[in-house]
Design a protein around this ligand. Structure first.
Ligand code: KG4
Ligand code: ZN
Length: 344
């Protein structure tokens, strides 16, 4: 197969991402550009993403972000051989901006369009950093919107969800706990920082869905969030100073413990020897340290893309598009629509 340049467009949440990759004749995918514009600052005072604000921000950022990706790569639009775009899951209005842009570029350039799944993109991005994935691997996706365990048998071919959260996503729990501790949004980075100086065993917060009769591969994070809220309320009622560092470290330990224990167990249940962790929460220092420790003990190879690639971006969509091209997947029609609830 001849070399191909694939453009990727991401707009499912609050990041406008445009990425460019090169697919070479041997099927390897190389990162050429990864431009991202975030509207996170505009959502901060609301403590979470406001869909209307996100959609408008995508509209404003799409063309400048495209220009930046082209400038960074030294390519021209006419070099592009295919356009991949996140078709879902995500916020309806936000997705529509990316899908409309991708359709316009594909039509104007007369190249194939590939509507792809955002969750698969979070897995595919790891090939930009660590090379081809083995035939079978397990992916733990943890972000503000998702907490899932996926069995991956070819990232462009077959992804099967074997577990997911039954309530809050892991990142959502971080954001809500940060809010009640009066820490800034998004909550992951400040909690991670405070946790460094706290004692992870100071408070024994609950580990959701880890009882003997509970679902083996599903998650629940609303219990730990409520437990933190109760603990903090009680301390405030009793006029005790809230030990923010200890609360953060203990909460972080509970989340990392459950995520890594369940990921390792799922890998063992499915006889899989490679685990990929991706999504914004993969940047968490305790999660990656504990995952490394437990994977090593279980003989599992751990792959975590660098934080910049873990959060939403266009390069992950371009990478997945390139894998679809390499697998000779079918292009999407120009009638492609956004699907907010797109399953894997
Ligand atoms: O993947 P992402 O950028 O966006 C989506 O939600 O799709 O993930 C954002 C989430 C937020 O909830 C944020 O609090 C969390 O990732 N996050 C972290 C860390 N950095 C970001 N959570 C824990 N520790 C971190 N260091
Ligand atoms: Zn995401």
């Amino acid at each position: 197969m001849a070399e191909r340049i694939v453009l990727g467009i991401e707009s499912s949440c609050d990041e406008t991402g445009v990425g460019l990759v090169r697919l070479d004749a041997s099927g390897r995918v190389e990162l050429l550009a990864d431009a991202v514009a975030s509207s996170v600052d505009q959502h901060a005072r609301f403590g979470g993403v406001v869909p209307e604000i996100a959609s408008r921000a995508h509209l404003e950022a799409m063309v400048p972000t495209m220009r930046r990706a082209l400038d960074d790569s030294g390519l021209r639009l006419s070099d592009v051989d295919g356009v991949a775009v996140t078709a879902g899951p995500g916020l309806a209005g936000a997705l529509m901006v990316g899908v409309a842009a991708a359709k316009s570029y594909a039509a104007a350039l007369d190249v194939p369009l590939y509507g792809v799944n955002h969750l698969a993109g979070h897995v595919a991005v790891d090939t930009l950093e660590h090379g081809p994935l083995p035939e079978r691997c397990l992916a733990l996706l943890v972000s503000g919107g998702h907490s899932q365990l996926l069995l991956v048998e070819g990232v462009a071919k077959s992804l099967t969800q074997i577990g997911s959260t039954i309530d809050d996503a892991a990142g959502e729990a971080y954001d809500k706990v940060a809010r009640l501790l009066e820490l800034p949004y998004p909550g992951g980075p400040p909690i991670d920082k405070h946790a460094e100086r706290g004692d992870p065993s100071a408070i024994d917060f609950p580990r959701g869905l880890t009882g003997p009769r509970d679902s083996r591969h599903d998650f629940s994070f609303s219990g730990v969030k409520t437990a933190v809220a109760r603990w903090v309320e009680q301390a405030r009622r009793e006029d005790r100073a809230v030990p923010v560092n200890d609360v953060c470290a203990s909460f972080q330990e509970a989340v990392a413990d459950v995520l890594t224990a369940k990921a390792v167990r799922a890998a063992q249940d499915h006889e899989i020897d490679t685990l990929v962790i991706s999504g914004g929460v993969a940047a968490n220092s305790r999660l990656s340290a504990l995952a490394a420790e437990r994977c090593e003990a279980a003989g599992i190879t751990l792959r975590v893309p660098r934080p910049r690639l873990c959060t939403d971006n266009g390069a992950m969509i371009a990478a997945l598009g390139a894998h679809v091209v390499a697998a000779e997947g079918k292009p999407s029609p120009l009638t492609l629509g956004a699907d907010p609830g797109l399953p894997v």
